[in-house]
Design a protein. Structure first.
Length: 154
């Protein structure tokens, strides 16, 4: 029987390829799935990080949503690779959030999920999926009622 890698292991990232100019759907979760972003101030800090070019290097953030224990992003890469961008985003946001919370230690889970989009015509479909997450989770009854999301198509 084949042995599968442990969650978060480097084996899961083997073969991960970052195509400059490519579009990627990313998901990252908090360490232990702690719902830090149920706290308005913490979610607001994360929202600012998602709009900060220092956090995303040269990637363009097309759409995002901050959920209680995870974040979804739709990015178009520049020259920086996906791993660098995610490391920077996690490091800078963890520093700011841990400082605000008054804690130390890992804020984010070690791994992240990514999905490369092969066709640009799927971008708006994926963006709709992202911004509808709060509806599916029962956090809002209309997209406009949930405060922690954005998309360039507005």
């Amino acid at each position: 029987m084949p042995k599968f890698p442990e969650p978060g292991s480097r084996a899961l990232r083997k073969g991960r390829y970052s195509e400059p100019g490519g579009f990627y759907l990313l998901t990252t979760i908090t360490e232990g799935r702690i719902p830090w972003f149920q706290v308005f101030d913490f979610a607001t800090i994360m929202c600012r990080c998602l709009q900060d070019t220092k956090c995303l290097l040269d990637a363009t953030n097309l759409c995002w949503v901050v959920m209680p224990d995870h974040v979804h992003l739709l990015l178009q890469l520049g020259e920086a690779n996906l791993g660098e961008i995610v490391r920077r985003l996690k490091a800078r946001s963890a520093l700011k959030l841990n400082r605000e919370i008054g804690r130390k230690g890992p804020f984010w889970s070690k791994s992240f999920h990514d999905h490369a989009l092969r066709h640009e015509d799927k971008l708006k479909h994926v963006a709709r999926y992202i911004v509808a997450n709060p509806l599916r989770a029962g956090l809002a009854s209309r997209v406009g009622d949930y405060p922690f999301w954005n998309a360039v198509w507005l």
